[in-house]
Design a protein around this ligand. Structure first.
Ligand code: NAD
Length: 339
């Protein structure tokens, strides 16, 4: 069993913790939190050992009636691997702690690529993280994950000459009351290209991709407007078949009446998905169109959850525990990935 600790228990951390707990070959040894807030309370109710991320704040947990299993450093010492799900920039600072105890660690997309030995996407470059000299892997952001999953099969099957993607991004997660805009549409960043294209190149170095970002008053999901110029000229039906065969790409059928991200989330909740999570890229099947060698489609990305299966696979890859196919299949089966 792989002993896994989760450092940082927010939007991504709590989902990673639940996913680890569901794996047959992993044991969640604990989660580290900075404050005794509602998420700490929920972790305790789930029976997850709770560690103080900031030792000086241990008293706050005791005052809130929450028992601690120790300090984050104790968890790092015991774990075979740490999944660091702290806010952007803090993961980089934490690497010194992981190195001190020789504990491999997985960082998230908010960290710069240069902080990690490798950037990771299970579909596109699983084997790179298996190398002996890789101790820190970075699971790329929700948007980069979604783009890498889409481009990898297109490159393998048809070749990609150029990808152009406009990312219509949610202003904040549902729980982020301080984020916006609440009544605006912002080019974000106003400069072109946005950082997403270069980030895709940390996973697929050779692909030519330009990205533009727009931020809108929404919290549920991102939406990508995608144009990929292929080397070949397949039919739209052939592209649908190719993408439909990928377990982490969900082709939204027209007959479901799902016309946007609101109904997608309703569908996820109605079908009993935990927290209404959508781990798959959601591609509108009818949007998949070919004009000569130009592919067009719309896909939505659930920012809070598409990286969760990737973190689970990154654990197995980093420890060289399983091959890509076995790991992805186990992750998909235990979580229920594949709509
Ligand atoms: P979050 O703010 O929801 O959660 C982070 C948690 O870490 C919070 O509970 C915070 O209290 C805690 N924390 C802060 N400092 C800490 C420390 N020193 N030690 C331990 N814990 C600490 O953030 P998030 O949305 O879960 O993002 C985490 C990472 O995942 C970031 O790199 C982010 O860019 C990336 N990510 C976020 C999303 C998303 O949409 N939320 C999607 C993909 C990737």
């Amino acid at each position: 069993m792989i002993q896994v600790g989760v450092n940082g228990y927010g939007t991504i951390g709590k989902r990673v913790a639940d996913a680890v707990a569901a794996q047959p070959d992993m044991k969640l040894i604990g989660v580290a939190k900075t404050r005794p807030n509602f998420e700490a309370e929920a972790a305790v109710r789930k029976g997850y050992p709770l560690y103080a991320a900031i030792p000086e704040r241990a008293d706050q947990f005791r005052d809130a009636g929450i028992d601690l299993a120790g300090e984050a450093e104790d968890m790092v010492m015991t774990a075979d691997v740490i999944v660091d799900t702290t806010p952007s920039g803090i993961g980089a600072d934490n690497c010194e702690l992981y190195e001190r105890y020789d504990t491999p660690a997985i960082l998230q997309g908010g960290e710069g690529a240069d902080v990690a030995d490798v950037s990771f996407n299970a579909r596109a470059n699983y084997d790179l993280a298996r190398a002996d000299d890789v101790d820190i892997a970075r699971v790329v952001s929700c948007n980069t994950t979604g783009l890498s999953r889409l481009l990898a099969p297109l490159i393998e099957e048809y070749g990609v000459e150029k990808a152009r993607v406009t990312l219509v991004r949610r202003g904040g997660d549902p729980g982020q009351t301080s984020r916006g805009p609440i009544n605006d549409i912002l080019p974000d960043p106003v400069t072109v290209p946005s950082h997403h294209g270069p980030d895709v190149n940390t996973i697929i170095p050779d692909v030519d991709i330009d990205t533009l970002g727009v931020k809108v008053p929404a919290t549920l999901m991102h939406l990508h407007s995608v144009n990929v110029t292929l080397d070949d000229e397949p039919t739209a039906a052939e592209v649908r078949e190719l993408l439909g065969a990928e377990s982490r790409l969900f082709l939204v059928p027209e007959e479901t009446g799902i016309d946007g991200t609101g109904k997608l989330k309703e569908f996820a909740m109605d079908t009993g998905r935990p927290r209404g999570d959508l781990w798959e890229n959601c591609i509108w099947e009818d949007s998949i169109s070919m004009e000569g060698s130009d592919l067009y489609l719309f896909q939505s990305i659930h920012q809070e959850s598409d990286v969760i299966p990737e973190n689970i696979d990154a654990i197995r890859a980093l420890l060289d525990w399983e091959d890509q196919e076995t790991s992805m299949a186990t992750t998909d089966e235990t979580l229920g990935v594949g709509l």
